[in-house]
Design a protein around this ligand. Structure first.
Ligand code: TXA
Ligand code: MG
Length: 312
C-alpha cells in the first residue's frame, strides 16, 4: 500500500483530519467513532453541530453494521450502485452516535468508488465521517488544490479531479423511498432498480444541510438567466459580469466559461468553473439556465442553490 495513504489512516486513528478524493467531490474525513475528531471536523468546516454527516466505508457489509435495519431496498441499491455516488439514509445502530447523526435516529452511509478513498477506508478499517471538503455553505471542492485553498487539515490526499463533480445522490430508506438530494444516479435509475415510485423530500422533514436553500454558493451574487435573456442581461449589466454559459464567449465580457451541453460533463466541471468565476472579482455571475429536462435535475439543483438569495 501507498505509504501516504498508510500515514493518512494513522492520522485518522489519532483523531486527525484527512482530506481525500472521492468520485463525487473531495471529502474531509475524521474517525466517525471519535467525538473529538468529529468536533474538529465541524470546526474546520465552520459547520453547525446539529447537521448530520455521511459515514464512509470500504464496502456494504461494513456500512450496514451502522444500521439496525437493512431493508431489502438498501441491499438492492447497494448491490447495484456501490461502490459509487450514492448515499443511503438508514435507521442507525448503536455505532452511529449522536455526534455523526446530529441526534437523529438515522445515519447516512456511503461506499465511494475512488481508488484512493477505497484504499484509505480499507487501511483505516472503520467508518469515516466525511462532509465535502469546503467551508460550510461554499461550493464543494473537486481538486486537492481547492481543498488546500480553503481548509486547514493535517493531510490532503491528491487523487486528481473528481470524476462526477457533484455530491452523491441521497436516498432515505427509513420510511419508504425518498430522494433527499439528486445526483449522478438519477431518480429514474433508482425507480427502475427497485420498481417503486420514489418520492421527493419534504423540505420540512429530516434535517440535511444540502437542503438549506443557499448552499453550494459562490461569494459573488449569482443569477440564473434563461438562454434568450442572456444577451440582454449582459447589455444591461456591462463589463461587471462573469458568465457561465453554453454559448460562445461574448467579446463584451472578460470572464466567460463555456460549458458542455451534456449534463454529466457539465457537472464534472461545475464547481471548478464557479470557483474560477468567483475569483474574477466581478459584481455578478450570470449562469445560463440548463434545459428543464430530467437529465439536468442534479445540475439544476446545484445551480439554483448557488443562485439563491444570500439574505436567507
Ligand atoms: O458525495 C458526497 O456525498 C460527499 C462525499 C465527500 O462523499 N459528501 C457530502 O457530504 O456531500 P456533506 O456533508 O457535504 O453533505 C451530506 C448531506 C448533508 O446534506 C447532510 O445533512 C445529509 O447528507 N445527511 C447526512 N446524514 C443524514 C441523515 N441521517 N438524514 C438526512 N440527511 C443526512
Ligand atoms: Mg457539502
Amino acid at each position: 500500500m501507498n505509504s501516504e495513504v498508510r500515514r493518512a489512516a494513522e492520522i485518522l486513528r489519532a483523531g486527525g483530519l484527512v482530506a481525500f478524493p472521492t468520485e463525487t467531490v473531495y471529502g474531509l474525513g475524521a474517525d466517525a467513532s471519535n467525538a473529538e475528531a468529529v468536533a474538529r471536523l465541524y470546526a474546520a468546516k465552520g459547520r453547525p453541530a446539529e447537521h448530520p454527516v455521511i459515514v464512509h466505508f470500504a464496502d456494504a457489509a461494513a456500512a450496514f453494521t451502522w444500521a439496525r435495519e437493512v431493508p431489502e431496498a438498501a441491499r438492492e441499491l447497494a448491490a447495484k450502485f456501490w461502490p459509487g455516488p450514492l448515499t443511503l439514509v438508514l435507521k442507525r445502530s448503536a455505532k452511529a452516535r449522536d455526534f455523526v447523526t446530529g441526534g437523529q435516529d438515522s445515519v447516512g452511509v456511503r461506499v465511494p468508488s475512488h481508488p484512493v478513498a477505497q484504499e484509505l477506508l480499507r487501511a483505516f478499517g472503520n467508518g469515516v465521517a466525511a462532509p465535502s471538503a469546503n467551508r460550510f455553505g461554499n461550493v464543494s471542492a473537486t481538486t486537492a488544490a481547492h481543498v488546500r485553498e480553503e481548509l486547514k487539515v493535517d493531510v490532503v490526499l491528491d487523487g486528481g479531479a473528481s470524476e462526477v463533480g457533484i455530491e452523491s445522490t441521497i436516498v432515505d430508506l427509513t420510511s419508504g423511498v425518498v430522494l433527499l438530494r439528486p445526483g449522478r444516479i438519477s431518480r429514474g435509475e433508482i425507480e427502475k432498480q427497485l420498481n417503486v415510485k420514489v418520492t421527493n423530500s419534504n423540505p420540512s422533514s429530516p434535517r440535511h444541510s444540502g437542503g438549506l436553500e443557499r448552499h453550494y454558493a459562490p461569494a459573488t451574487p449569482t443569477v440564473l438567466v434563461p438562454p434568450h435573456q442572456l444577451d440582454g442581461e449582459i447589455a444591461r449589466r456591462g463589463a461587471a459580469v462573469a458568465v457561465l454559459a453554453f454559448s460562445r464567449p461574448d467579446e463584451r465580457v472578460d470572464y466567460w466559461i463555456r460549458m458542455p451541453r451534456e449534463p454529466q460533463a457539465y457537472a464534472q466541471k461545475l464547481y471548478a468553473a464557479l470557483r474560477e468565476l468567483d475569483a474574477a472579482g466581478c459584481a455578478t455571475i450570470l449562469v445560463e439556465s440548463p434545459p428543464e429536462t430530467t437529465e439536468w435535475t442534479a445540475v439544476s439543483d446545484r445551480l439554483s442553490r448557488a443562485a439563491a438569495s444570500p439574505s436567507r
